[in-house]
Design a protein around this ligand. Structure first.
Ligand code: ZN
Ligand code: ZN
Ligand code: ZN
Length: 363
């Protein structure tokens, strides 16, 4: 049994939007994009929540902590050890002397003397080849060996296949490498299938009901924890009351919205009943989603609890309001009668005052 709790986290509009998008399957997997100027961005989630960058990540992490989302490691990037930025440019340096002055080219080796240089250096203007170290002309294919593309250091002359790699931070210009860079784990987020029903429950937005109640001058609040007569505290999905006036007692409505995958049964009704017993509740409403057993409905009737059945969460607002509306209207008409009563009394008083002088004037 899941009673709609609406923690602070789920009350937030941005979180609501995200939960709804996940519920409706608008997004299934939230993965980041790497944007050079801005780093990692969860753009889909940003668009849905209207949150920016780090804020969206915070929300995603909070939902992971709450078990609604699960995260998986997608990749590890290297961040600047000084400023944490992911913006970097790769610089290649000579492995022998660390000079960045290196050049890539197709290298060949003169087999006879072992001299290595770029093929272009061996070439003569006439189209032949000559070794600049031993000055021997190279005429046969077997006189030289192709070494493929290599980097040549223009300072110390070293040839290397794998020059050293240094990252230059695009933010603070610090230089770092694989050894001293900070590993930055990149995560993707998806719905925790085993807790999908929580999304179903927590994506409920009762604000239209609250708004209607407040328009009718009722106080209303969702996910409240109230102290009962026993001193114990009980949570309710919705609590609303019409502030009392002189002639009427304060009247209230207590609501719980309960989601039970296999149908809401008597247990939920009994548990709700035990809570309302601890208060002076005038109207108790229990909304069951996605179905309510006949026993539960009968039990609700005998406990004077309005048990409502909604096949899905989206129906709760309308069904609930349709039940509450007559109560609110009845109270409103009472108020009207009261006001009318006051007016009547004051009119009678006025008449009395008007008549009084005449009475005095009478002989
Ligand atoms: Zn040579
Ligand atoms: Zn060098
Ligand atoms: Zn930096």
């Amino acid at each position: 049994m899941l009673v709609f709790s609406r923690k602070e986290l789920y009350k937030r509009k941005d979180v609501q939007k995200l939960l709804n998008a996940l519920k409706e399957g608008k997004i299934n997997r939230i993965t980041p994009k790497f944007i050079l100027e801005e780093g990692l961005r969860y753009l889909d989630a940003e668009e849905i929540t209207n949150l920016f960058k780090e804020n969206v990540k915070t929300v995603l992490e909070e939902l992971v902590e709450d078990g609604i989302l699960v995260k998986e490691l997608l990749e590890t990037r290297l961040a600047c050890p000084k400023c944490g930025s992911l913006k970097a440019s790769l610089k290649l340096v000579c492995p022998a002397c660390n000079s960045p002055s290196i050049k890539k080219g197709e290298a060949v080796e003169h087999v006879a003397c072992g001299h290595v240089d770029f093929e272009t250096v061996f070439k003569t203007p006439e189209g032949g080849m000559i070794c600049l170290k031993c000055n021997s002309p190279i005429s046969r294919d077997e006189d030289y060996r192709r070494l493929g593309f290599l980097y040549k250091c223009l300072v110390c002359g070293e040839f290397s296949k794998t020059p050293r790699r240094i990252l230059t931070c695009g933010e603070c210009e610090s230089e770092y490498n694989e050894d001293n860079g900070i590993p930055f784990e990149v995560y993707g987020y998806s719905v925790n299938e085993s807790r999908k029903e929580i999304i179903e429950v927590e994506s409920l937005d009762l604000s239209p009901v609250i708004k209607n109640l407040r328009t009718s001058f009722w106080e209303a609040e969702t996910s409240v924890i109230l102290k009962g007569k026993s001193g114990l505290e009980h949570p309710f999905t919705l609590m609303s009351y019409r502030p009392g006036s002189k002639n009427t007692e304060e009247t209230n409505i207590m609501v719980d919205v309960v989601f039970e995958k296999n149908g809401v049964d008597e247990v939920s009704v009994i548990s709700f009943f035990s809570k309302i017993l601890d208060f002076n509740v005038k109207h108790a409403v229990l909304v069951g989603v996605p179905s309510v057993s006949e026993e539960a409905k009968r039990l609700g009737e005998s406990y004077r609890i309005s048990v409502l059945e909604c096949s899905k969460m989206e129906e709760v607002v309308e069904t609930l309001w349709n039940t509450i509306k007559p109560i609110v209207e009845e109270e409103a008409s009472k108020t009207f009668m009261e006001v009318a009563g006051i007016l009547e009394t004051s009119q009678a008083l006025k008449n009395l005052l008007k008549e009084e002088p005449q009475d005095i004037a009478k002989p």
